[in-house]
Design a protein around this ligand. Structure first.
Ligand code: 26M
Length: 825
C-alpha cells in the first residue's frame, strides 16, 4: 500500500522521467528492460501523485489554519472515472510527461488508457458528484466529499448472445490515488437497545444506545486537484472492517476461529459492493447498513473537526454546511440530532435548529418507485435510537402543522414522516425536507414538479423560499478539454487561450466565428476525426465497420423504461422497414445512419434487459443485411462508463434525450453532447428545456407530448379506446413475426405498450419522434446549415458548467466563500 515517500516537484521532462523511472524501479521493483504500458502508467501516476500530495497537504494545512466554513458533500456515489489525465491537466505538466513518455517509447493515450475507472456510481447522480468535486476544488471552496469505499464498483457489462451479463468490478488491485488513514477510524454501532434513565444532577431524561454490534470505519483519502489552482481538496471514503483488528482474539483463543473470521467478513460486507440500482428503491437491510455506516462515520469526523475549534455549538451551522445528495444520506439528520442531544447534552430544540440550519437536500427524482422508504420494524431493529428520534421529529413537526393549519387535519396523514401502511414505512424524502433549510431540484421543470407534486404540502407549510432550483452542470475540464482536446484548442486559438475552461460563459465569443470559413472547416474536421476514432473503437471491439461520414445517432445512459431506449429502437426498426421498401436508387438518397446505444440495466430489471436484447437482436439482422449496407448500422457498445463516454461524447452528430416528459430530472449527458458540437433530439424534459432556451429552438430537435399532459394521456390509455399508430403497429408486427429472431422474448416489451397501459407513452410520442428524425435527416443533408447550428449551440452552452452550479449552491444554500489557497503559503 505504500508506494514510496518522496515528493519531488519535477518541472522538466528529464526530472519527470527520473521520477517515473525511480518509481518503476523502486516502488514497483521492476526493471526498465521489461517496462510495459502498465508499468509506465504506474510510474507516471506515482510521479504525479507526489506532486498532488504537496498541494494537498498545503491546502489542508491552510484550511485548518484559516478554519472557514466548510462544505461537506455526502454522496453514496462518486463516479470519478480515470484520475491521471485530470491530475496532469490540473498540475499543468502534461506536455512534459508526454515528451518523457515518448523518450521511453510510449504514447500518452496508451498510457492514460491503462488506468481503470473508479466507478463508484450508477449514472447521473454519481457523475454529478464527481463534477461538483472538480468545480469545488477549481473554485477554491473548502469542501470535502464523503462516500463509501466500495470494493466492487458498478459491475462490468458484457453482452453475450445479445444478453447483458454482469461481471464484478474489483478495481482496487493497484490504486495509487487513495491513501489509507488507519489512524482515522470510527466505531459504528448497529442493533442493540435504548436505555432511558433520569439524570439526578440535571433532572433530564437521558437515552443511551447500547449493547449493539460494532463495526469500524477506516478512512481512505483521495486528493481532488482543482484546475489551475493550488487548491487540492479531499474525498474521504469509508471502508468497513471488524472492530478490534483482524478478528476477535477472545473468540479465537477460545477455539471459535471460524466464527471470528465470519464476523470479520460480515463487517467487511458493508462496504463491499455498490448497489447497482438507478432510480429504483428496493429496501434491502445491507443498503440501510451502508447508509448509516457512512453517515455516522462522516458526522463523527465533521463533529470532531468542529470541536477542535472550541466554538460554541450554536456556531455549528456557521462552520459546517452538509449537502445531501438525494435521500441516501438522510440518516445524517437523526444522527446529528442524536450526537447533539444524547452525547453532547444539548436541549432538543437547540439541537434541532442546528440540524436544520446545517443540512441542504438535493432531490434527483419525482418518480414514486425511486422515493426511498424504510420499514419501521427494520429501523427499530437496526437503529432503535434513530427510530425514536425520527418519531420525535415527526411529533414536533405534526404538532406545528396542526397549530398552523387547524382546519386542515387531513393534511397530517399526508405529510407525516410515517406512512401508515402495513408495515409502517419511514418516508426518507419527508425527513430530508423537514431536517434541511433548503431543498433543491436539479433543473427548472424538475424543481417546479418538486414544488407542485411530491412536496406540495411542504411548500404550503414552510413557504416557497425553502424550495429552490439549481440546474445541473458538467465540468468543462473533463468534458471538453480532456475528452475533446482539438475542439478545446480550436476555441482557445480564437479566445486567446484556455481561460474559458475557468469561465465557460466566454464561449459566447465563439459565435463571432460562425461564418468564418477556416473556423468552420476546422470545426467539421474535428467532429469527423472524433467520429473516425469512435468508428475505429467500434471496429476494434465489435468487428463492425461503420462509415464515419454517416450521421452518428447516439443514446448512451442507464437503460430504463422512462428513458425510452425502446422508443429509439422501435424508431430504428421503422427506419429499417422503410429502407427495405425502397429501391436501391431511393435508398442511396437517404442520409446514412449509425444508431449507437450503450448503457447498463440494473441486474434485477427484467424489462430493461429485454430492451438490451432487442437492440442487439436488431443490430445482428440489420448489420448483416447486404441490401442495407451503410444506410443503417445498429451498434450496442458494451460496458458504457465514464472513460468510454469521453470517446463517445465528442463523436455524435445527434444524441437522444427522449424521456417521457416530466420523468428525467435533468440529464447531464445532454449538456456534454452539445458542448462537444453535437445536436440533440429530445423531449421537453429536464435540462433539455433550459438548453433550448440558451441555444435557441432552431438548434435543437424537440418532439413529443408535454409534462402537463402526461397524466391525462395515461388516463386515456385505460379509459378510452387504444389507438396504435400505424407505423408502430408495423414495427410490432415485424417483431412478432420473428424478423429479429426469438419473437417470444420480445413479447413483454411489445405488450407493455399494447396491453399494459403504455405507461411511458411510447405510442403517443412515436409519430412525432419519427417525423422529427426525418427533419434531422434533411437538416444533415445541408452540412452548411448543420455546422452553423452546431457552432452556435456550442457558443451558447456557457451556462451549463458545474462551476456555475457550485457558485449557486455556495451563495443560496451553503453560505460559504472560496478560500485563497495562497494565504498561508
Ligand atoms: C436507491 C435505492 C437503493 C439503491 C439505489 C438507489 C438509487 C441509486 C442511484 C436511486 C437513484 C440513483 O440515482 C438516480 C439518478 O442518477 N438520478 C439522476 O440524477 C441526475 C443528476 O441530478 C439527473 O441528471 C438525472 O436526470 C437523474 O435521473
Amino acid at each position: 500500500e505504500a508506494y514510496g515517500q518522496s515528493a519531488k516537484e519535477f518541472t522538466t521532462k528529464d526530472e519527470f522521467e527520473a521520477e517515473a523511472v525511480k518509481h518503476i524501479e523502486t516502488t514497483l521493483a521492476r526493471s526498465l528492460f521489461n517496462c510495459d504500458e502498465a508499468a509506465a502508467y504506474a510510474g507516471t501516476a506515482l510521479a504525479f501523485r507526489d506532486r498532488l500530495i504537496i498541494e494537498w497537504n498545503k491546502t489542508q494545512q491552510n484550511q485548518t489554519f484559516a478554519n472557514p466554513k466548510r462544505v461537506y458533500y455526502l454522496s453514496l456515489e462518486f463516479l470519478m472515472g480515470r484520475a491521471l489525465d485530470n491530475a496532469m491537466l490540473n498540475v499543468g505538466l502534461k506536455d512534459i510527461a508526454k515528451e518523457g513518455l515518448s523518450d521511453l517509447g510510449f504514447r500518452m493515450e496508451d498510457i492514460v488508457s491503462q488506468e481503470r475507472d473508479a466507478a463508484l456510481g450508477n449514472g447521473g447522480l454519481g457523475r454529478l458528484a464527481a463534477c461538483f468535486l472538480d468545480s469545488m476544488a477549481s473554485l477554491n471552496y473548502p469542501a470535502w466529499g464523503y462516500g463509501l469505499r466500495y470494493k466492487y464498483g458498478i459491475f462490468k457489462q458484457e453482452i453475450i448472445d445479445g444478453y447483458q451479463v454482469e461481471i464484478p468490478d474489483y478495481w482496487l488491485d493497484f490504486n495509487p490515488w487513495e491513501f489509507p488513514r488507519h489512524d482515522v477510524a470510527v466505531d459504528i454501532q448497529f442493533y442493540g437497545n435504548v436505555r432511558k434513565y433520569m439524570d439526578e444532577s440535571t433532572g433530564k431524561q437521558v437515552s443511551v444506545w447500547e449493547n449493539g454490534e460494532i463495526v469500524t470505519a477506516v478512512a481512505f483519502d483521495v486528493p481532488i486537484p482543482g484546475y489551475q489552482t493550488a487548491t487540492t481538496n479531499n474525498l474521504r471514503l469509508w471502508s468497513s472492517k471488524a472492530s478490534g483488528g483482524e478478528f476477535d482474539f477472545q473468540k479465537f483463543n477460545s477455539g471459535d476461529y471460524e466464527s471470528s473470521v465470519a464476523d470479520q467478513q460480515r463487517a467487511e460486507t458493508i462496504s463491499a459492493v455498490l448497489y447497482p440500482n438507478d432510480n429504483l428503491d428496493r429496501g434491502k437491510e445491507l443498503r440501510l447498513k451502508q447508509q448509516y455506516f457512512w453517515c455516522a462515520a462522516s458526522l463523527f469526523d465533521i463533529v470532531r473537526r468542529f470541536k477542535k475549534s472550541k466554538k460554541a455549538w450554536k456556531e455549528f451551522p456557521s462552520q459546517v454546511a452538509i449537502q445531501l445528495n438525494d435521500t441516501h444520506p438522510t440518516l445524517a439528520i437523526p444522527e446529528l440530532q442524536r450526537i447533539l442531544v444524547d452525547i453532547e447534552g444539548l436541549e432538543w430544540d437547540e439541537a434541532w435548529s442546528i440540524v436544520q440550519n446545517t443540512f441542504g437536500y438535493t432531490n434527483h427524482t419525482v418518480m414514486p418507485e425511486a422515493l426511498e422508504k424504510w420499514s419501521v420494524p427494520l429501523l427499530q431493529y437496526l437503529l432503535p435510537r434513530h427510530l425514536q428520534i425520527i418519531y420525535d421529529i415527526n411529533l414536533n413537526f405534526l404538532q406545528y402543522v396542526e397549530r398552523t393549519f387547524p382546519k386542515e387535519r387531513e393534511m397530517l396523514g399526508r405529510v407525516s414522516i410515517i406512512e401508515e401502511s402495513q408495515p409502517k414505512m419511514v418516508r426518507m424524502a419527508y425527513l430530508a425536507v423537514i431536517g434541511s433549510h433548503k431543498v433543491n431540484g436539479v433543473a427548472e421543470l424538475h424543481s417546479d414538479l418538486v414544488r407542485t407534486t411530491i412536496f406540495k404540502d411542504f411548500v404550503k407549510i414552510y413557504g416557497p423560499d425553502k424550495f429552490t432550483n439549481v440546474t445541473n452542470g458538467i465540468t468543462p475540464r473533463r468534458w471538453l478539454h480532456q475528452a475533446n482536446p482539438r475542439l478545446s484548442d480550436l476555441i482557445a486559438s480564437k479566445l486567446g487561450g484556455h481561460d474559458f475552461l475557468k469561465d465557460l460563459t466566454m464561449l459566447n465569443q465563439v459565435e463571432k466565428y460562425v461564418d468564418d470559413k477556416a473556423f468552420r472547416k476546422e470545426f467539421q474536421e474535428i467532429k469527423y476525426a472524433n467520429k473516425v476514432r469512435l468508428a475505429k473503437y467500434i471496429k476494434d471491439t465489435m468487428g463492425v465497420s461503420v462509415n464515419p461520414a454517416a450521421l452518428f445517432d447516439i443514446q448512451v445512459k442507464r437503460i430504463h423504461e422512462y428513458k425510452r431506449q425502446q422508443l429509439n429502437i422501435f424508431g430504428v426498426i421503422h427506419r429499417y422497414l422503410t429502407l427495405k421498401k425502397m429501391s436501391p436508387e431511393e435508398r442511396k438518397k437517404v442520409t446514412p445512419r449509425v444508431s449507437i446505444f450503450g448503457g447498463k440495466a440494473a441486474p434485477g430489471y427484467w424489462q430493461a434487459k429485454n430492451i438490451i436484447h432487442l437492440i442487439n437482436a436488431v443490430g445482428k439482422v440489420v448489420n448483416a443485411d447486404k441490401e442495407i449496407g451503410d444506410a443503417l448500422k445498429v451498434i450496442f457498445l458494451e460496458d458504457y462508463n465514464v472513460s468510454k463516454a469521453e470517446i463517445i461524447t465528442p463523436a455524435s452528430d445527434i444524441s437522444e434525450h427522449i424521456s417521457t416528459a416530466g420523468t428525467e430530472a435533468s440529464g447531464t449527458s445532454n449538456m456534454k453532447f452539445v458542448l462537444n458540437g453535437g445536436l440533440i433530439i429530445g423531449t421537453c424534459d429536464g435540462a433539455n428545456i433550459e438548453i433550448t432556451r440558451e441555444i435557441g429552438e432552431q438548434n435543437i430537435f424537440l418532439f413529443g407530448n408535454l409534462a402537463e399532459d402526461v397524466e391525462d394521456l395515461r388516463h386515456a390509455h385505460f379509459y378510452s379506446e387504444f389507438h396504435l399508430d400505424d407505423d408502430l403497429a408495423a414495427v410490432f408486427k415485424a417483431i412478432r413475426e420473428g424478423m429479429f429472431g426469438d419473437a417470444e422474448s420480445f413479447t413483454a416489451l411489445v405488450n407493455s405498450v399494447t396491453d399494459h397501459g403504455d405507461y411511458y407513452l411510447v405510442s403517443d410520442d412515436f409519430h412525432s419522434y419519427v417525423e422529427t428524425h426525418k427533419l434531422i435527416d434533411e437538416a444533415y443533408q445541408s452540412q452548411e446549415e448543420w455546422v452553423t447550428k452546431c457552432i452556435t449551440a456550442v457558443s451558447r452552452m456557457g451556462f451549463f458548467t458545474s462551476d456555475r452550479c457550485i457558485d449557486e449552491y455556495a451563495e443560496m444554500i451553503w453560505n460559504v466563500e472560496p478560500l485563497n489557497p495562497k494565504v498561508n503559503g
